[in-house]
Design a protein around this ligand. Structure first.
Ligand SMILES: Cc1ncc(COP(=O)(O)O)c(C=O)c1O
Length: 439
């Protein structure tokens, strides 16, 4: 079945509660979601019409980076053709236009995650930079020798290494929340890790390797009852669920533009205003200062305190356009469609002899990791590519998780709202032909 013929398939929203569920109380009820017109949506994505080695592209590597629709591409072209200049620093027409566009993008992002105030939205280069910003700006000020930082075994390296670097510098300790064999966090164990030295919790909203949706609301409430702030790595949630930082009540929330139809090199760190105000700046330079003398520098107000130097103006405006596009489709509709894809893929892979799904949490979003008996994931990815099917193989920047699961790598199909049930079938057909090569 080809990707092209699949463009007419529209997955209807499914009833929640059966099979893997797209969860999170911050997501709108799936029942209310209008079905997506996937054929129309796919026409917005020029890249989805590509062929790879003579086969229609079946792009199932969205957790690594998603594709960009025409309205976002057009917005970037318009910015570069008609609006570009440096921002915040001049009174001429182009500088004012670019500044207006950049700050409008901040407003769009602020509404997208329901921040209380626009100044709580800091543009970063991506999730990685957002987490590093908090580890440096908050951690270096408020974490000391003997303090403890709680992470989970599911984390992406981006949400491990910055904390390890901080812990090494300060003499602090990392405590790790374990999972069960399905890939679900053990919340009782999480709660047992708390003590008087616990300073911060950093946890992913959705696991990039397994798709598990973590019970972050409950974890945040427990931490807050003990006065401990929580950072959420939302890289794999913001593209798939309706994120409401006020409903979550998180202190920091980091995500990346390129995983949600925006450009690379741009992301957002949400932080509560009073925490951001109390933090050290992360990078020094232009725009983040109020006054500079050789004796002393005073810093700008938030968010500018954390946006040193010329920011990625075009990319921020492009991310604003991407978020407008997603909002136009509706995050509840996106979640419902991806839920249908995930369930179909789960059902089909379960039926395949010699294939094991890795990660069977009750609440999952848009990610399906699997292993094929006797075939290395690298070979799986290479042979699927010959069928035009793009999946990711490897440790998914989650080596501690792979160790816990007793595997060195998995193959991972990850879905977006523009994927179709027929593309899932193409994946299954591809897996069958991989098995035949090794039979
Ligand atoms: C859960 C998670 N956190 C962090 C990151 C890092 O994102 P970026 O490379 O865009 O900074 C990723 C990227 O795959 C991710 O999946």
């Amino acid at each position: 079945m080809s990707a092209r013929s699949s463009t007419t398939a529209t997955a209807a929203p499914t009833t929640p509660g059966a099979g893997p569920d797209v969860a999170g109380t911050s997501a709108a009820p799936l029942r209310a979601a209008a079905p997506l017109d996937v054929a129309r949506i796919r026409a917005d994505f020029p890249i989805l019409g590509l062929e790879v080695g003579g086969k229609p592209l079946v792009y199932l590597d969205n957790a690594a980076s998603s594709q960009m629709p025409r309205p976002v591409i057009d917005r970037l072209v318009r910015y570069q053709s008609e609006e570009h200049s440096n921002i915040h620093r001049a009174v001429h027409h182009l500088s004012e236009t670019a500044t207006t566009g950049y700050e409008a993008a901040r407003r769009t992002l602020s509404r997208f995650i329901n921040a209380r105030e626009e100044r709580e939205v800091i543009f970063t280069s991506g999730t990685t930079e957002g987490i590093n910003l908090v580890a440096h700006g908050w951690g270096r000020k408020f974490v000391g020798a003997g303090d403890e930082i709680i992470l989970t075994v599911l984390e992406h390296h981006s949400n491990i290494v910055p904390w390890q670097m901080l812990a090494a510098e300060k003499g602090a300790t990392i405590r790790v929340v374990p999972i069960n064999d399905a890939g679900e966090l053990l919340v009782g164990e999480y709660e047992a890790l708390f003590n008087a030295r616990t300073r911060i919790v950093a946890v992913g909203h959705v696991s990039n390797a397994l798709g598990s949706v973590n019970p972050v609301e409950r974890m945040i409430a427990f931490a807050h009852a003990r006065g401990v702030p929580v950072l959420i790595d939302g890289a794999q949630a913001a593209p798939h669920l309706a994120v409401d930082v006020q409903a979550l009540d998180c202190d920091f929330y980091a995500f990346s533009g390129h995983k949600m139809c925006g450009p690379t090199g741009i992301g957002v760190l949400y932080g509560r205003a009073h925490l951001l105000e109390a933090m050290h700046p992360f990078k020094g330079g232009g725009d983040m200062i109020h006054t500079v003398t050789f004796e002393k520098t005073t810093y700008n107000t938030i968010p500018h305190k954390f946006e040193a130097g010329t920011p990625p103006i075009a990319a921020a405006i492009g991310l604003g356009a991407a978020v407008d596009y997603l909002s136009g489709l509706g995050m509840a509709s996106i979640a419902a469609h991806e839920h249908a894809l995930l369930r179909h893929a789960t059902d089909r892979l379960r039926d395949l002899p010699g294939v094991r799904i890795v990660g069977t949490a009750h609440d999952k979003a848009a990610v399906l990791s699997f292993a094929i008996d006797g075939i290395h994931p690298h070979d799986v990815g290479t042979l699927l590519n010959q069928e035009g099917v793009a999946v990711r193989t490897g440790h998914h920047c989650a080596q501690p998780l792979m160790k816990r699961l007793g595997v060195s790598a998995t193959s991972r199909a990850s879905f977006a709202f523009y994927n179709t049930l027929a593309e899932v079938d193409a994946l299954v057909a591809g897996i069958r032909s991989v098995q035949k090569v090794f039979a």
